[in-house]
Design a protein around this ligand. Structure first.
Ligand SMILES: *Cc1c(COP(=O)(O)O)cnc(C)c1O
Length: 353
């Protein structure tokens, strides 16, 4: 019945998220979820909020969560925006801060939601090729543009851009907003949030989906100059006054305040990543240096799509992208120690055939 669709809908190319299969007992290493559970304090806070309170609307401003984020990063609440997953935060960023006359810039290999938002909001873009080693070259982000966005560490490569290079990109684009999508920063990098006071054009987004193990709760945030945050609030309040429900606000606030659980689980993921790297290298894989909770690896003698299919037959799912530059790579989420053992054993078996 697509004659009822608007012209905008006809023109959309929606994002395709990694699969969430309904099968039990899968070793699920395809969407970068945290293998460890969220903070028990977050679960308690959600349980406590599960009451008659739910008949009341939540705080439209999410002040408790803004306070927790501000305290964690040593910024003010006027420098914090919160939203329903960082995907929603990013959507508002595209409309509020990246939609200008000139095309925005992002890497050719990056989070594949960016071109989707460009399509939705009519933002022109230019893809900037990563170098031969899949690194971002900061010099490529000079010159006229409508804004810049990239993940750091980048996805799906896992490669980290050092903070001085992030600062250089912000410095070379004083009239445009530079957005750093730090979905994975807690697994191996320093946040650019410490640069926002020197760079009023720098906006940093983060999510509670990965390092805080709350992908199911849908919470993300942005940190930057109050004028940038204001722009996001204006869009948000023209779209949905209550993007975060009571359970999400309670759980996310408690999660941000539980530093002990956060430290413990992220260090466990980092340690397992190093073991996974070593195990893959031993099997002959070339693995890009990763600062994230996933690794990006290819095997010089084995086709990536075939490897992914063989793993799937063994109930292990990893992510494979059909993009020509990376179609010989697998993106593998860091799981538990035991999931890592199962994965490495399965790969050893597959490669031996
Ligand atoms: C996972 C991810 C997000 C989205 O996070 P949500 O908060 O779950 O919406 C954003 N950017 C990148 C690069 C990601 O990998």
């Amino acid at each position: 019945m697509s004659q009822y669709w608007s012209a905008v809908v006809h023109g959309l190319t929606p994002y395709v998220p990694g699969e969430q299969p309904k099968l039990p007992d899968l070793v699920k290493l395809n969407t970068n979820e945290n293998p460890y559970g969220p903070s028990p304090k977050a679960l308690q806070a959600i349980a406590a909020e599960t009451s008659d309170h739910l008949r009341l609307y939540p705080d439209p401003n999410g002040d408790s969560l803004k306070l927790a984020v501000a305290a964690h990063y040593g910024v003010t609440t006027q420098q914090v925006f919160v939203g329903n997953g960082s995907d929603e935060v990013l959507a508002h960023v595209f409309l509020a801060l990246l939609k200008h006359d000139e095309p925005i810039l992002f890497p050719d290999i990056t989070y594949s939601f960016y071109p989707v938002y460009c399509g939705l909001y009519g933002v022109e873009y230019r893809e900037v090729p990563l170098d031969a080693d899949f690194a971002i070259n900061p010099d490529d982000y000079h010159g006229p543009n409508g804004g810049v966005i990239f993940p750091n560490p980048n996805a799906p490569t896992g490669r980290l851009l050092p903070l001085d290079a992030v600062a250089a990109i912000a410095r070379h684009n004083p009239d445009r907003v530079v957005v750093v999508d730090e979905a994975y920063i807690d697994f191996g990098g320093d946040s650019a949030i410490r640069l926002i006071d020197q760079h009023p054009n720098l906006l940093v987004t983060q999510t509670l989906s990965k390092s805080r193990s709350l992908a199911g709760l849908r919470v993300g945030f942005a940190v930057g100059h109050p004028d940038l945050i204001d722009a996001l609030e204006r869009v948000k309040n023209s779209f949905n006054s209550y993007p975060l429900d009571r359970l999400a606000l309670a759980g996310a606030t408690a999660a941000m305040n539980d530093n002990a659980h956060f430290e413990h689980t992220r260090q466990a993921v980092i340690a397992t990543r190093e073991r996974l790297n070593a195990g893959l290298a031993q099997l002959g894989f070339a693995v890009l240096p990763s600062a994230a909770n996933f690794v990006f690896a290819r095997h010089p003698q084995h086709d990536a799509a075939q490897l992914a299919a063989a793993l799937r037959e063994r109930a292990i799912i990893v992510r494979h992208f059909k993009h020509p530059r990376i179609d010989q790579f697998l993106r593998i989420t860091v799981g538990t120690e035991q999931q890592t053992d199962v994965l490495l054993a399965a790969l050893a078996e597959i490669l031996a055939v």
